[in-house]
Write a protein that binds this ligand. Structure first.
Ligand code: EZ4
Ligand code: CO
Length: 403
């Protein structure tokens, strides 16, 4: 089965998505997600200008060889733009192979290892009371695992606290908006948040929290220790992970489980974190970590150290990535949890999908392929709109900080 054509579709049904569509001489088509929040057009160009010309005429069944060709053949390895582009090709080819087999993708990976995929939702509010109410609302919606983020007194805008309720969207401006940050205020506030949330919800739900790269290792250690009484499922991105060794310091001080990796692109970004058992959950996901082919390699490596998966699943990962991730999650033996932020109705309409949510669990559905399609006519009605993620500055002196 030969690849005859491939093209990139950029659309913005409420936010930007980049989708790769691959066509074959047997009439089967597949789609892959190539969305990289705030840098969408770089991946679109990488695909159109550099990848697609190399795909035409290749055997669509040779997923592994094409992956190796695009990874090793570029000479310049890794990086989010390259790996998202490779992922898009990989997802589309798995889609085609599964359609050719007449099977849902998870069957090609080895079949279902569980009845459903536990997902966590995002509860957030301007203060502790509002966040607590939101956590209870998510519990009523059936979620078994809930992430809690709250506004911090004295800070104007805080990561994870949205304007809408179910649809938090951080890429909110034509040029990066500026947020302010105070480690002291945040560290003072966060244990109070979880004290209130735990008292309200009891012990039957998993609670999660995202630090979003803002603490130094010793500050993260202090937070992890102070959150121990509330038994978190995980504390995410406690400190930036370029220096993987930094997590050893956090580990020495706390038994709060650690999750890292939503911005990782390859197995090399998490090699030391996993093999030295410095984390508990690896958050790399299909679109930003080289597709199913590479994520599977990361998961198998992680399994050797009892590190489980917790794929990133924010709204800036398109329904195509969500579909592929759910097939992966249903199969992967060392599954932990899947993040699930609901897309808007407009996005769901552009990307009709077979996956569904039921009482805290999701299922990828039984449609052949990954079960997600794109309505191109509808997509064309939502042209690209430039949008950036915010930047963060220290409140007391304006020093640029991690957002
Ligand atoms: O800020 O995907 O855990 N989820 C997250 C996300 C990220 C966005 C950035 O594009 O940290 O909300
Ligand atoms: Co995160």
């Amino acid at each position: 089965m030969k690849i005859t054509n491939a093209r990139v579709i950029v659309c913005s049904p409420g936010r930007n998505f980049v989708t790769l569509k691959i066509e074959t001489d047997e009439g089967l088509t597949g789609i892959g997600d190539a969305t990289l929040n705030g840098r969408e057009l770089s991946v679109a160009s990488y695909l159109t200008d550099h990848v697609i010309p190399c795909l035409i005429g290749r055997d669509a069944h040779q997923i592994e060889d094409i992956w190796q060709f695009l990874y090793k053949g570029a000479y310049w390895r890794r990086g989010p733009v390259t790996m998202s582009a490779i992922a898009a090709v990989d997802i589309a080819l798995w889609d085609i192979k599964a359609k050719a087999a007449g099977l849902p993708l998870y069957q090609l990976l080895g079949g279902a290892s569980r009845t459903g995929v536990m997902v966590y939702g995002h509860a957030n509010g301007r203060d502790i009371a509002e966040t607590t109410d939101e956590v209870l609302r998510y519990a009523e919606l059936g979620y078994k695992a809930i992430r809690a983020q709250s506004g911090v007194p004295g800070l104007d805008k805080v990561y994870g606290v949205g304007r809408g309720r179910l649809f938090y969207e951080p890429a909110d401006a034509d040029l990066p908006s500026e947020h302010d940050w105070s480690t002291e205020k945040y560290l003072d506030h966060t244990p109070k948040l979880f004290d209130a949330v735990r008292s309200a919800i009891g012990w039957d739900h998993h609670l999660l929290h995202d630090v979003h790269h803002r603490l130094t290792p010793i500050e993260a250690a202090r937070l992890g220790k102070s959150l121990e009484p509330y038994r978190l499922f995980w504390m995410e991105d406690a400190t930036p992970a370029e220096n993987q060794e930094a997590f050893r310091l956090i580990r020495q001080h706390t038994v709060t489980p650690l999750a890292v990796g939503e911005i990782f692109n390859t197995i090399w970004d998490c090699k030391d974190l996993i093999s030295q058992q410095l984390i508990d959950y690896i958050r790399a996901t299909v679109v930003h970590a080289g597709g199913i082919t590479h994520l599977r390699r990361i998961a198998d490596f992680a399994a050797m150290y009892q590190v489980r998966t917790g794929c990133h699943g924010a709204t800036d990962l398109s329904p195509v990535c969500m579909g592929a991730a759910l097939h992966f999650d249903l199969w992967v033996p060392n599954f932990g949890v899947q993040e699930y932020m609901r897309h808007t109705d407009e996005t769901d309409a552009v990307f009709p999908h077979a996956y569904s949510f039921d009482r805290g669990f999701m299922h990828p559905g039984e449609a052949p392929g990954h079960g997600v399609d794109i309505d191109e006519a509808m997509a064309a009605r939502y042209p690209y709109q430039r949008a950036y993620l915010p930047v963060n500055r220290q409140q007391h002196d304006g020093t640029l900080w991690s957002w």
